[in-house]
Design a binder for this molecule. Structure first.
Ligand code: FES
Length: 275
């Protein structure tokens, strides 16, 4: 059993928890994820690691309540326990001094961008971060992202905070202003349409773009095939080959179709949970 040490509510649907998981914290690297199960009968859900503290033996997760399991998770409080917390899973982010890297975090995707941006900055990169959310209430960790970025840009879709617009608007402006040859890498994490849109922007400029895919998962160890995606015409497993891939090679249309496979069942489970 894994104890919830702290809980913070960023908005009615976005919550942060610090989990006591020393063995995960000892080994995890930026870009990796965990699969958790709240109780014996529970669904297994993957969540990318938002932060870790090796000395305290803790892992920080940030999640958005979108279905039954994340809503149930959101009802737990500090002092409660989670049944399973398996990790670290997946391949860590590739960190080196690329030069100038643009890190884009959309919505709850801001959380997994954080440790990667921090590692990239520590490796000597000039880190330009762009974070965005639909509205001010859904934006979090502006202060933490500022700490690990050389420059930070903030957007909200509805203009309720800082700049109105999408992260892709800022991304395009930065590339146009500084020149495509002065941007060495783009990292984009967030909702699938956002990552796809970022890739569409950068593809025209020929700037390598890494995305972190959020696929359906069961075992998380490459055995069930549930998380398969097509990347560069080849079948890859998000849980072991990813979650990060070259965004220009990802078949986002197929990923979106596969992600919607159990939407009706998910909706029924949610209705049963809330009724
Ligand atoms: Fe089963 Fe990836 S979750 S193969």
């Amino acid at each position: 059993m894994f104890k919830i040490l702290e809980k913070q509510v960023f908005s009615p649907i976005i919550k942060q928890m610090v989990i006591e998981a020393p063995r995960v914290a000892r080994k995890c690297q930026p870009g990796q994820f965990v699969i958790l199960r709240i109780h014996e009968e529970g669904e297994r859900i993957p969540l990318t690691i938002a932060d870790f503290d090796r000395e305290k033996g803790t892992i920080t997760i940030v999640f958005q309540e979108v279905g039954k399991t994340t809503k149930q998770l959101g009802t737990l409080e500090a002092g409660d326990y989670i049944k399973d917390f398996v990790g670290p899973l997946g391949t860590p982010s590739h960190i080196e001094n690329f030069g100038t890297v643009v890190c884009v975090g959309g919505g709850v995707g801001i959380a997994p961008v954080f440790p990667i941006a921090r590692a990239l900055k520590e490796a000597g990169n000039h880190v330009i971060s762009i974070i965005g959310a639909r509205t001010r209430d859904l934006l979090f960790w502006e202060d933490r992202m500022r700490e690990v970025s050389t420059e930070l840009f903030v957007t909200t879709d509805d203009g309720s905070y800082v700049r109105k617009g999408f992260v892709t608007d800022v991304l395009k402006e930065i590339i146009d202003e500084r020149g495509k040859d002065n941007i060495n890498l783009v990292l984009a994490i967030g909702p699938q349409p956002m990552m796809r849109a970022c890739c569409n922007v950068t593809k025209d400029y020929g700037i390598k773009t890494i995305v972190s895919l959020n696929a359906l998962m069961v075992d998380g160890t490459g055995m069930c095939g549930c998380c398969r995606v097509t990347v560069g015409g080849q079948t890859r497993f998000v849980c072991v080959d990813g979650p990060e891939f070259d965004g220009h090679q990802v078949d986002f249309a197929e990923l979106a179709r596969r992600s919607a496979t159990f939407r009706a069942e998910e909706q029924r489970a949610l209705e049963r949970h809330t009724c």
